[in-house]
Design a protein around this ligand. Structure first.
Ligand SMILES: [Zn+2]
Length: 68
């Protein structure tokens, strides 16, 4: 079974979220609406990170799938 949480204009507002890079340990702020599975680059080390969970916020290194 797949559980997907969709943000559809709910009452909860989270203008920005504090997070720590799991690769370099630097703290930073994520602004705007976040989605599980969203990939972004760490502002400090530039490595790709993925949002694994929102409540609580969990960040994981983004595993690029290279199959050749
Ligand atoms: Zn980093």
């Amino acid at each position: 079974m797949e559980t997907e949480v969709k943000a559809d204009g709910g009452a909860r507002r989270s203008p920005d979220s504090r997070a720590d890079c799991v690769l370099c340990g630097a703290g930073f702020t994520l602004k705007g609406r976040l989605m599980i599975g969203e990939v972004f680059d760490c502002p400090h080390c530039g490595k790709p990170l993925e949002i694994a969970d929102l409540d609580p916020l969990a960040i994981e290194p983004f595993a690029r799938i290279d199959e050749e």
